[in-house]
Design a protein around this ligand. Structure first.
Ligand SMILES: NC(=O)c1ccc[n+]([C@@H]2O[C@H](COP(=O)([O-])OP(=O)(O)OC[C@H]3O[C@@H](n4cnc5c(N)ncnc54)[C@H](O)[C@@H]3O)[C@@H](O)[C@H]2O)c1
Length: 349
């Protein structure tokens, strides 16, 4: 696959977790970027020294979409109501943002003649409870309104491709983890936050549940590669590696040492999927996707960001466990490795 030509790209929801990791990488790859975000969750300042344009606006607002699409070659659509549990409590709001908002985006793209769309979809939440590995050939049976909304959007993309010739690709993300995820309720972010609070990690069940954790840097590489893919289809992006929650906790223990990690096991939650991970053969074949970051390295980079963002909490915990020196050693090591340059200076995210 040839190296992508420089494009003018609109990233919806670009201030969120994935977007704030993706935008600098798109710029580094030579693309010009406009971000449209309502700041419902992300903030403009999370983009740091972003050189493109920021437009505060809602994807449900057709005027905002029309002006955001001016001069744009391709759209990467990340904006969404991303909270699965909230979608169960308030399915209408989830439908409004995810389905109505995405539909308006497609309409606005049609009016403006923008023919290229990369859509952030979801793996496990769309497919439901099936024996792993999850792959693109399975019939989706979402268990929560969030998964249903993503499935509906995939349907509209297929229709826009069939009816209007749009090149529309849906990327089904697995569990993404990485720096800039402090606001997320996902497993890795939640565990790091509990460690910073000096609280035990809560595990429902015996910890043998299996998930697919993909490092955000690898995911962004897959998204950028997909800009060169002209096929309208669905592609699963994950690590392809099944990891149990207990294994994840063991890896986290090593990464956060000398901070203590305690675990509290509770009764398994009804309806929780026991085992899910994905087959990424299609992504490897069609995109040349290669999620090469080992779990330990991805966790180390993620923890470096969490630790830096919460330096005072870490200091307090180190003093409490009688170990003060290692923090300065860690910081020195991180900056020697140049990791500091990839980290956010904003501490509110
Ligand atoms: N992070 C994951 O593990 C994961 C897994 C599967 C799929 N996804 C999908 O990837 C995409 C990005 O996820 P994320 O983790 O960065 O989410 P996020 O919640 O961190 O970011 C979403 C961004 O969208 C913005 N937004 C919300 N509603 C909006 C609206 N109406 N108009 C404009 N902007 C709006 C928010 O302000 C936020 O900046 C989402 O579509 C999500 O469903 C993420």
């Amino acid at each position: 696959m040839g190296r992508s030509m420089s494009k003018k790209i609109l990233v919806t929801g670009g201030c969120g977790f994935v977007g704030s990791n993706l935008v600098p990488r798109l710029e580094k790859a030579g693309h010009w970027v406009r971000v449209l975000d309502s700041e419902a969750l992300g903030r403009r300042e999370h983009l740091g020294t972003f050189e493109g344009e920021f437009q505060r606006g809602d994807i449900r607002d057709s005027d905002a979409l029309d002006s955001a699409l001016q001069g744009i070659d391709a759209v990467i659509h990340l904006a969404a109501d991303t909270r699965v549990v909230d979608s169960i409590h308030d399915p209408l709001h989830n439908f409004d943002v995810n389905v109505v908002g995405s539909f308006r985006l497609l309409q606005a793209m049609r009016s403006r003649g923008v023919q290229r769309l990369i859509n952030a979809s979801t793996g496990g939440a769309i497919i439901g409870d099936v024996p792993p590995p999850v792959h693109e050939g399975l019939v989706p049976r979402p268990l929560a309104p969030y998964g249903a909304s993503k499935m509906a959007v995939e349907g509209y993309l297929s229709a826009w491709s069939g009816s209007y010739g749009m090149r529309a690709l849906s990327l089904r993300f697995a569990n993404v983890y990485g720096p800039r995820s402090f606001h997320k309720g996902s497993v890795v972010a939640s565990f790091f936050k509990e460690i910073l609070r000096g609280k035990p990690l809560i595990v429902y069940g015996d910890g043998s549940q299996v998930r697919d954790f993909v490092y955000v840097g690898d995911l962004c590489d897959g998204i950028i590669r997909s800009l060169d893919c002209d096929v309208s289809t669905v592609i699963q992006l994950g690590s392809g590696v099944p990891v149990s929650i207990n294994h994840l906790i063991d890896a986290i223990r090593i990464v956060v040492d000398p901070l203590p990690v305690t675990v509290e096991y509770r009764d398994a939650r009804r309806g929780e999927i026991v085992e899910t991970w994905c087959d990424i053969s299609r992504a490897r074949g069609m995109l040349g996707f290669d999620p090469a970051t080992p779990l330990h390295d991805g966790l180390r980079k993620t923890w470096a960001w969490f630790r830096r963002r919460n330096k005072r909490a870490v200091d307090r915990l180190l003093v409490a466990c009688g170990d003060v020196a290692p923090l300065s050693q860690w910081q020195l090591m991180d900056f020697e490795r140049g990791e500091g340059s990839d980290l956010d200076t904003d501490l509110s995210f």
